[in-house]
Design a protein around this ligand. Structure first.
Ligand SMILES: [Zn+2]
Length: 329
């Protein structure tokens, strides 16, 4: 999916105004062997800066205003936390509580209901532990063993012709991540990811899963403390690449998790869905609505401008927040 131009100018060159929805992932000290993270100190600093300039609202309030098509204030911001990470409970939640503000958390259901370590995190750990060249070499060996030697070069040719971009990764890394997250055939893809994870990381997946994610009791406690929990799929797939049946399962399991967190029958009607990797199209949006979600947030970059669609609400990653606060964007 094409990302909006980062300067956020309308065709007439006016700046776009509207609420700011911020995306957080890892909030921890950066470790040499781990994926890039926002340090807890920088997180606290960012919260305090935001509080000086914005009213911080629960995301569902902004989503409701978008759905109603009304006026969207520019001095409002919402905080969203993807993937149900452990530090969202241990680090983010206490900071939000202390400041009397709410955040919206998007755990995938697979880790909580089935104890799995999501592909996305296996791949992040592999990429943090080995170089692109090392991973490519092993990947070639693994595919050769499955008599799929030509597959990688075919994918590389397809990727070279694609207009897909990434705000964060250089092209070789982006190609590798897309191949492992989405482009290799299902079944083989999972097998290859598990094999690379076992070789380059080696921590048993169940152990890593138990360390990486917040637990159900923790999420329930966060709800009692005024936080919102939304859907983020079950296995964290690229949703536009799924079959109908697979897509159905992702939403059914997301709802099942929300039932476990809120108590079935108590899942809020304004629950929001967060598309894994921000990947969505009209068919995915329709399914999100059909499964009882009131809105959908993506990774399209920018403020929530007038006319935004409730199932395609843009966000801004924490790494770009300072540019917005300083008025550059
Ligand atoms: Zn995610």
């Amino acid at each position: 999916m094409r990302h909006a131009d980062s300067r956020e100018l309308t065709p007439r060159g006016q700046r776009v105004h509207g609420p700011l929805i911020i995306t957080y992932h890892y909030i921890r000290e950066n470790a040499a062997s781990g994926p890039p993270a926002l340090s807890p100190t920088d997180f606290r600093r960012q919260l305090d800066l935001l509080l000086e300039r914005y009213q911080i609202w629960p995301l569902s309030h902004i989503a409701t205003m978008v759905a109603e098509g009304g006026f969207l204030p520019a001095d409002v911001c919402a905080l969203t936390f993807d993937d149900g990470l452990n530090e969202h409970y241990t680090v983010a939640y206490p900071e939000l509580l202390q400041r009397g503000i709410s955040g919206t958390f998007f755990p995938s259901s697979g880790p909580l209901l089935d104890g799995v370590l999501l592909d996305v995190h296996q791949i992040q750990q592999v990429v943090a532990a080995a170089s692109v060249a090392q991973i490519n070499e092993r990947l070639r060996d693994l595919l050769e063993r499955h008599a799929q030697k030509e597959l990688l070069s075919a994918l590389r040719r397809a990727h070279a012709n694609s207009t897909e971009t990434s705000r964060f990764d250089e092209p070789n890394l982006r190609f590798l991540k897309r191949a492992l997250q989405r482009d290799l055939p299902n079944g083989l893809r999972q097998e290859v990811v598990h094999a690379l994870y076992a070789e380059f990381v080696g921590v048993p997946e169940r152990t890593m899963s138990a360390e990486l994610y917040a637990t159900l009791p923790q999420l329930r406690q966060m709800v009692r403390g005024g936080m919102e929990i939304g859907g983020h799929g079950s296995s964290h797939p690229w949703m536009t690449a799924l079959t109908r049946a697979e897509l159905e399962r992702e939403f059914v399991e997301s709802r099942r998790l929300l039932g476990e967190v809120y108590g079935s029958g108590a899942v809020p009607r304004n629950a929001v869905f967060c598309y894994p990797y921000g990947d969505h199209d009209l068919a995915v949006e329709r399914e999100a609505r059909r499964h009882g979600f009131a809105a959908g947030v993506s990774t399209e970059h920018g403020r929530v401008a007038a006319g935004a669609r409730p199932f395609a609400i843009p966000r801004v990653d924490t790494t770009h927040v300072l540019e917005f606060i300083s008025g550059e964007l």
